[in-house]
Structures are given as C-alpha cells and as structure tokens.
Design a protein around this ligand. Structure first.
Ligand code: PEP
Ligand code: MN
Length: 343
C-alpha cells in the first residue's frame, strides 16, 4: 500500500499520516519525491484500511502496490533515487556516471583511479573466498588503509561486509557497504545493512532472478535504509568463455521497475582483463548508472582476482573511451581538475 500526498501537503500532514499508519500496527516509509511525498506501508498482511488514510488531510490517493517488492518499485517513487555522500559531491543515480575502482598496493592504484576520474575506491578487506585456504582479506587493517587512501585522494570508500562483525566495522570506516553476490540472500545481513545509515551496494547473486534481486533490496529498505545501489556482476550460465555472463538485459528492466540506481561490474563478469573494457562500454550503453572495476598496479601479484584487474593505463584508456558513449546516452563523467581529458 502506498499513500500519495498532495503536491502542497505540509510536513505536519505527512507526519500525521505516518503516525496513523503506526497506530494501525504497520511501518510507514516516507519517500520524498521531486514534487510530492509518498508514504510506503509495510508490515501489513492484507489490505490496509485504505479509507481511514484516504480521508486524512493532505492525502491525494491511496494506492495498492501489487508487486512483492514495494519500496524498491517505481510505483512507490516515480523519480530516480540519487545517492549523495557526506563530504563529497559525487552521486550515484544522477546524470554523472559513478566510477568505482580498486585497490591493492592501494595508494598507487587509488592515485591512478582518482586521476582517471574515479570517484569511489573499492577494495575488499573481508573477502568471501570459495576456498577457506585462499587469502581472506586484511580485515580491519585493510579498512584503515582504505580510509587513509580516502583522505589522500578524496575518494569515497566502498567495501564488502560478509557477516555481522565485519558489517559493524565496515559501517565505521566505509562510505558505502557492499553486500556481495554470495550474500545477496543472507537475510540477516541484509536486515543489519538496512539498519545502517550508510548506503548499500547490493550485488546480484550469481543465480538470482530479477525478483529475488529486487526482494533482497526490499529487505534493506524495509529496515529504513533507502539508499541502495544495485549491481549486475554476471550470472552463472553454461558458457565457459567468461567467468560469468553479464546480464546487460537486466539494466533497462530494473530501470523500468525500480527507482534505484543500478551499476555494472564488468570485472567479475569478464574474469579476464582483456574483456573488461568492452563489457564496461556495454554497461554504460545499456543505461547503467555507473561501473565498479578492479584495478591493480601489479595485477599478476594480486592475492585475489588479478587476472581480471586492469592495469592503471588500461583503466585510463577505458574511461576515455567511455566518455564518448556516456555522451551519446546522455550521461556525464567526472573530470578531475588538472587532468587533460582527450576525446
Ligand atoms: C568483489 O566485488 O570483490 C566480489 C567478491 O564480487 P562478487 O560478490 O560479485 O563475486
Ligand atoms: Mn573480486
């Protein structure tokens, strides 16, 4: 159920509706839009008494939302969600493409990422590895190094949490909490991320349907965290020529069904650095709100995913090529001050 307020409804009227929803035993989610506020209602098993809400001052309409994902859906909020970050003018979901890149020998990579126009530094301090014997990440020390790189290069930090303990730490250090593919349906973790004040980057499970993906985002939002960015990173199919099959087709479908931003991870889809730039171009062309790409100065020495990590000059070349495509699809790209941008 969704309560749509009038364009000129006052804050008091919106608050009164929220209070009434609570009295009825449900949870109100006020979602301010460009022109008017909508209040999502969750926690109801059947239909909410629409009449009592529909007659309250300032209410334009009470609409039933039939989709299982409600807060995520465009029915609930027709304009795009744009995420803002404290202490930065970077956004996700606005006209500017969000460029997130990583990591090891972190300072050198961070410098290259910042110079090429990246705004976010991605890196895994807690790694969900297939083998328990593989490098598990540097834990809190890794978070501290990323936080230092943030200070040095003005990048926002996005990094993965894999359990409650790591989420509590990531919440302290990072600007954005990543929930990885393997945890997309870890509902307890999603709920905990939903109670954080930090934006959440939710990667699609490698075998998740569209509905399952959106319902995972709904878990986060249902706890009151409305700043969710979706990420398509490739799914498991029968192909073995790439690590995963990048499902670019999901981007326009998500854009139609949801107001949330969606970015593309071409690195985990490609699995090999030679194919990353082409998939990145496809992602931007199909309407993604940004990209998350692995970059490494000594990729052959990387403890994790070196084969799919770009060298900094490849990352720079990729970003230059993307500018042309971004322009065609009506997006802007950040141009760092003092860097000559060709093309
Ligand atoms: C990652 O981003 O390093 C990662 C583990 O990705 P995914 O969850 O998509 O496999
Ligand atoms: Mn990885």
């Amino acid at each position: 159920m969704l309560v749509l307020m009038n364009v000129n409804a006052t804050d008091e009227q919106t608050q009164a509706v929220c209070k009434r929803v609570e009295e009825l035993g449900y949870r109100p989610h006020p979602l301010p839009g460009a022109t008017r506020c909508a209040i999502g209602i969750t926690g109801n098993k059947g239909a909410v008494e629409a009449d009592s809400l529909g007659q309250m001052p300032g209410v334009a309409e009470v609409i039933a939302v039939s989709k299982p994902y409600k807060l995520v859906s465009r029915d609930m909020k027709s304009d795009d969600t744009v995420l803002h970050f404290e202490g930065s003018d970077a956004t996700v979901g606005g006209p500017e493409l969000a460029l997130m890149a990583s990591r090891d020998q972190l300072f050198r990579a961070a410098e290259a990422v910042a110079k090429a126009g990246g705004r976010f530094l991605r890196g895994g301090a807690f790694k969900p590895r297939t083998s328990p014997y593989a490098f598990q990440g540097m834990a809190e020390e890794g978070l501290q190094i990323m936080a230092q790189a943030r200070e040095a290069f003005g990048l926002l930090v996005v990094t993965e949490a894999i359990c409650h303990e790591s989420l509590a730490l990531v919440d302290q250090y990072a600007d954005m909490i990543q929930i990885g593919s393997r945890n997309m349906q870890n509902f307890a973790l999603l709920k905990m991320a939903g109670r954080s004040k930090k934006p959440v980057l939710l990667k699609r499970g490698m075998a998740a349907t569209l509905d399952e993906f959106l319902m995972a985002a709904e878990y986060v939002m249902s706890e009151g965290n409305y700043n969710v960015v979706l990420c398509e990173r490739g799914i498991r199919t029968f192909t073995d020529h790439t690590r995963n099959t990048l499902d670019v087709g999901i981007v326009p479908v998500v854009k139609r069904l949801s107001h949330l931003p969606i970015i593309v991870d071409p690195s985990h889809a490609a699995g090999k650095r030679d194919n990353v730039a082409a998939l990145a171009r496809a992602g931007v062309a199909v309407g993604a709100d940004g990209l998350i790409v692995e970059v490494h100065c000594d990729a052959d020495l990387a403890f994790s995913d070196g084969a799919q990590s770009l060298y900094p000059d490849q990352f720079g070349a990729m970003v230059r090529d993307l500018r042309g495509i971004a322009q065609i699809v009506g997006r802007t790209m950040y141009e760092p001050a003092g860097v000559a941008v060709t093309n």
